[in-house]
Design a protein around this ligand. Sequence first.
Ligand SMILES: [Zn+2]
Length: 291
Amino acid sequence: MTFNDGARLDPSKVKRRRRAAGVGAGAGGLGVIVIFLASQLLGVDLTGLVGGGGVPGGGTQSEDQALEQCQTGEDANESVECRMVGAATSLDDYWAEAAPTIGLTDYVTPGFFLFSGSTDTGCGSATSAVGPFYCPADTSIYIDTGFYEDLRTRYGSSGGPLAQLYVVAHEWGHHIENQLGILERSRDGQTGPTSAGVRVELMADCFAGAWTAAASGTEDPSGRPLLEPVTDAQIRDALSAAAAVGDDRIQGTDANSHTWTHGSSEQRQRWFLTGYQGGATACDTFAVEVP
Ligand SMILES: [Zn+2]
């Protein structure tokens, strides 16, 4: 997925969160082998999921910096950080228009933070090990951009630009679900292919597909198109990311559908395509018997 070189990004939509000097120094530094908890990939991160070490509002301090270096579509094409800003600029424009079509009349922009190693969030302290996640307590998306390298090397996704944007669009989808009051349904503790948790994940995949199809119609603050139309090769790129994080793919030969929390590779790809072809209004994964 390619941004138009001249398009203007809105760097205020994404911030890099750093721990203040002296706090947590050395933790999560180079040499630490990060083991991703597969079942939590791209997950809805709730309080119990992240480590209890952080004390929101106290204990540790962090600084947030806007990504002022990310100003144009050209920047978004060249660096992962600026690609995140481009994604946020486009997703926010898309959802401002699409939210009312699915009954969300008071859409607000989520927070979006990049971090390295570990970070404090409204859901507690989180490390890279949890993968990208959405925290409903502070309505914010958290991504360690090192995850994208892992997506490629560990899970065999192509890891290309659209795969990276898919991750953001999926987490943004959880924010939409949170505002709709649907996200909390995933807290019932159930697992398996038809569980509420899996339906919530598949809906986020579907929302990601809906945005992908509409992305070339999203505009920068001056009305210029942000993205070039998506190509078939790029769709395959996004589908490879969706497949790579399917529960069956992650579990391998020991795949046990009763424990699924995010859905199979087939389910995740199919719902991405459902959104891609039908838009956000086609994404009600609770309306069908078997999603
Ligand atoms: Zn998710």
